[in-house]
Design a protein around this ligand. Structure first.
Ligand SMILES: Cc1cc2nc3c(=O)[nH]c(=O)nc-3n(C[C@H](O)[C@H](O)[C@H](O)COP(=O)(O)OP(=O)(O)OC[C@H]3O[C@@H](n4cnc5c(N)ncnc54)[C@H](O)[C@@H]3O)c2cc1C
Length: 473
């Protein structure tokens, strides 16, 4: 490798995260070499040779910066000088409140901006191994990282640290669970290491409710696997809930829904089955449905899971899913600025870190690009406060996610940005301008608006304190 290339920051993968990272680095005056294997070598999902290709939907989801967590992330990215959001804004197609784009114009605008940048060189070649002759590299090769590079990463991080499939159980906002029906208790009141004996939220079912629930799971409409996902091996360790239900009506009652060791304080009657939810973040705002990884369609999940007593009004921070997805056990492996603890010259960005979605991937690319450039310039990389969407996402990836009390498999699973990742605001207005007590959606909107406005104010303060602020365009 030429000596000027050795000095540059190498970004491997020109998807959403890698493109944004390369842009952020170059905009700080630091040379970048961006490696992208397409079009010479394709993934199973990409169709073109463009950088930042959207592999499926053309929507970057809600653009509501006042009441929506992903809209908030968009707005923060605008203020941080994001190339991805600038190109999305410039190539919008009508989509109501969503930021949807003409996918070809969007990707070609990004490809052009990166190609024309004087500090960015683009190499169209697969990186088969983690390069050992560069002093700083960012790996942003995404959910479909090429098998050669994935092997090389796995050799460095260990077999258990790189997953090839996700098995996502739904996550619910704690404050939407009806505790007049559900209750806190660990099975047999076991405290375990770090537990209190009352760590789980339990939702009881009687026999009729359980049997109706099993029937609904079996009848529910399922998503299909892509052709290249069909031979997924995850069924061995992580059966989807509906597949367990199909094995026999009693299977779930002897598996994740077993009622043993649990006493319902709201009723003298023994529960026939119990759905357990486990705390999912340190803030205690999110709880995941234990063992409920599923391939049910999203609409079906909401419909069926809201029949569980206590979850009638459940608000889902994330719905379940099963996909091919290469991602690291980031809370264990990465430090606070997404450097590999075992080899700090390497950083990771994008979906491979365990965030989920186009926008989240680009946002982590943005952050990691800033961190790497700061380090290259001899400055201290700074993370925005966790009250911002960017800070909350980085905190989730790097460990603001508790380990299991009685650990099941794969406790770290991919996550979209959502309000449950932000520290709650405890003192919120309880009455509207008309003096009436706030309830339901009005109450929820007040909370969301307060979180968004705090996030943007904190981001502005943080940006102003940085040595090299990037002005919003
Ligand atoms: C089938 C599918 C559908 C999806 N649908 C959606 C959706 O509708 N909405 C949504 O928000 N998210 C969706 N996602 C998730 C989405 O892909 C990611 O969130 C996002 O693209 C990840 O960004 P990234 O930069 O991490 O990875 P990518 O955008 O995938 O970019 C990674 C890049 O690295 C390149 N690469 C891989 N290995 C190498 C190598 N060894 N050397 C050089 N280059 C390499 C790839 O060619 C690719 O360009 C989907 C994912 C998949 C797999």
């Amino acid at each position: 490798m030429a000596s000027n290339q050795k000095q540059a920051i190498h970004v491997i993968g020109g998807g959403l995260a890698g493109s944004e990272a390369a842009w952020q680095i170059a905009e700080r005056g630091v040379p970048v070499v961006l490696h992208e294997m397409r079009p010479g070598k394709r993934t199973d999902a990409h169709q073109t040779g463009d950088l930042a290709e959207l592999v499926c939907s053309n929507s970057l989801r809600s653009d509501d910066r006042e009441k929506n967590a992903v809209g908030l992330l968009h707005e923060e990215m605008r203020r941080l000088g994001s190339l991805i959001i600038r190109s999305a804004d410039a190539n919008q197609v009508p989509a109501g409140g969503a930021l949807a784009v003409d996918r070809y114009d969007f990707a070609s605008a990004i490809t052009k901006a990166l190609t024309e940048h004087p500090l960015i060189s683009i190499i169209r070649e697969e990186v088969e191994h983690i390069p050992d002759d560069v002093h700083c590299a960012i790996i942003a090769t995404g959910p479909l990282t090429s098998p050669n590079l994935a092997d090389s990463i796995r050799r460095l991080t260990g077999d258990e640290s790189l997953a090839f499939f996700d098995a996502i159980a739904p996550i619910i906002h704690r404050d939407s669970i009806d505790m007049s029906k559900a209750w806190f208790q660990s099975r047999y009141d076991k405290a375990g290491p770090g537990g209190s004996g009352a760590d789980y939220i339990n939702c009881p079912m009687d026999k009729a409710q359980y049997e109706a629930f099993i029937a609904a799971l079996i009848a529910g409409e399922k998503g299909t696997f892509k052709e290249w996902e069909a031979s997924t091996p995850y069924f061995d360790g992580c059966l989807p809930i509906e597949v367990m239900a199909e094995r026999g009506v009693e299977t779930l009652r002897h598996g994740p829904m077993k009622p043993f060791g649990l006493t319902n304080p709201h009723s003298p009657q023994k529960s026939y089955a119990v759905v357990q939810l486990r705390q999912d973040n340190k803030l205690g705002t999110l709880f995941n449905m234990v063992g409920f990884q599923t391939k049910l369609k999203h609409g079906e999940q909401t419909r069926i899971f809201r029949t569980i007593p206590g979850l009638e009004n459940a608000e889902f921070a994330r719905l379940g899913g099963l996909h091919r997805n290469t991602f690291l056990n980031s809370p264990k492996l990465l430090d606070g600025t997404l450097r590999l603890k075992a080899a700090p010259r390497l950083r990771f960005a994008g979906q491979i870190t365990g965030c989920e979605g186009y926008v989240e991937s680009a946002a982590t690319g943005l952050m990691v690009g800033r961190f790497a450039a700061a380090e290259w310039l001899g400055e201290q990389p700074n993370v925005p406060p966790t009250t911002t969407a960017h800070g909350a996402l980085i905190a989730y990836i790097t460990g603001d996610h508790i380990d299991m009390v009685d650990s099941g498999t794969a406790s770290y699973q991919p996550m979209n940005i959502n309000f449950g990742l932000l520290p709650p605001i405890h003192e919120l207005p309880t009455h509207g301008p008309d003096g009436k007590k706030l309830r339901g959606p009005d109450k929820a909107n007040v909370k969301k608006m307060a979180l968004c406005s705090r996030a943007l104010a904190d981001l502005d303060r943080w940006l102003a304190a940085q040595a090299h602020p990037v002005a919003a365009e």
